[in-house]
Design a protein around this ligand. Structure first.
Ligand SMILES: Cc1ncc(COP(=O)(O)O)c(C=O)c1O
Length: 307
């Protein structure tokens, strides 16, 4: 599900503008060199209206990504949180995807240019299940990519930097052309890193395992939520390096991300994972996550920002 339908407004540089007026000049610096940062956030229909899942954490990551790229945000954390809520509200959206993007404008070119304005756009739109309804229900087919995750010596993988996603797009396109649903990337040492736009988990003999944050991975907010839910549900969970063959041998594998939510993996490199169907731990976490994001479990209400 990649297509979106235009909504009424996009928040651009401090105000809501009509959707089709949210345009930029072709000499926009980020368009050429990829130095910009972004977020993917989801809002869900709640019993009492709309609610955004872990919005402050997403805005904190956006601002941290900007700081890592030496970009000074023209707006504060509170202003950006408010802007996301306002954009959803004015578009009349309850369940939606939010895409805040902080980018460098036009007016100066060259890699060393610093004179460009720092601009921010917040788009909100309805976006369905990223890896397909069937994928969420029955599991997807993944393939280990021939592209490795960039080394931490050459990139800042904890930052969600626009240009960094060339690596993910190359990996994703390669495996989709080969008939698979998603790419799993190894790091430069051959350990499992993450999928093209998701973190990865394996269940091995009842233990939930995921690569540690010191690895070549994004500090995923869904990853963090799943680790919290697992611990609260009494499922033993550890952050530990994983090898490719450990994935093949796992009883269950699933991916986590704001777009993909919790998506089971039923096959990797044509090898069936476990029974070839979503396993009990994956299903338990999926069902709990489904209720948490929709505000049905009061103990996780602090993760929801009302719209
Ligand atoms: C490379 C990468 N890894 C992991 C994730 C999952 O992060 P989150 O759960 O915060 O959406 C994403 C999505 O943002 C991503 O792009």
């Amino acid at each position: 599900m990649a297509k979106y339908t235009p909504e009424k407004y996009i928040w651009l540089d401090g105000k809501l503008v009509p959707w089709n007026d949210a345009t930029v000049h072709v000499l926009t610096h980020t368009l050429h060199y990829g130095v910009g940062v972004f977020e993917g956030v989801r809002a869900y229909e709640q019993p009492t209206g709309g609610g955004v899942f872990r919005l402050p954490e997403h805005i904190d990551r956006l601002l941290m990504s900007a700081r890592m790229c030496l970009i000074d945000s023209p707006y504060s954390r509170d202003q950006l949180i408010q802007a996301c809520v306002e954009t959803l509200r004015e578009n009349g959206l309850r369940g939606a995807y939010l895409r805040p993007l902080m980018f460098l404008g036009d007016g100066a070119m060259g890699l060393g240019a610093t004179e460009m304005a720092v601009r921010i756009a917040i788009s909100t739109y309805v976006w369905g299940t990223y890896l397909g309804e069937d994928g969420v229900r029955s599991g997807i087919r993944a393939k280990v990519s021939s592209f490795a995750r960039a080394s931490q010596q050459s990139s800042l993988l904890k930052a969600k930097i626009c240009g960094q996603y060339v690596n993910s797009v190359l990996a994703k396109r390669e495996v989709v052309r080969g008939g698979y649903d998603e790419a799993i990337l190894l790091d430069s040492t051959g350990q499992v890193a993450e999928a093209s736009g998701e973190n990865i988990f394996a269940v091995i003999r009842g233990h939930l395992l995921t690569p540690p944050l010191s690895g070549a991975i994004l500090d995923g907010i869904t990853r963090d939520s799943v680790l919290t839910l697992a611990r609260d549900l009494g499922i033993p969970a550890d952050e530990r390096p994983l090898s490719r063959d450990q994935l093949y041998m796992a009883d269950e594998v699933f991916l986590t991300g704001t777009a993909a939510e919790i998506t089971p993996v039923r096959e990797i490199d044509d090898r069936r994972i476990g029974s070839g169907r979503p396993g009990p731990i994956t299903q338990k976490l999926q069902a709990t996550f489904h209720d948490v994001v929709r505000g049905r479990l009061p103990q996780y209400q602090h993760w929801i920002t009302p719209v």
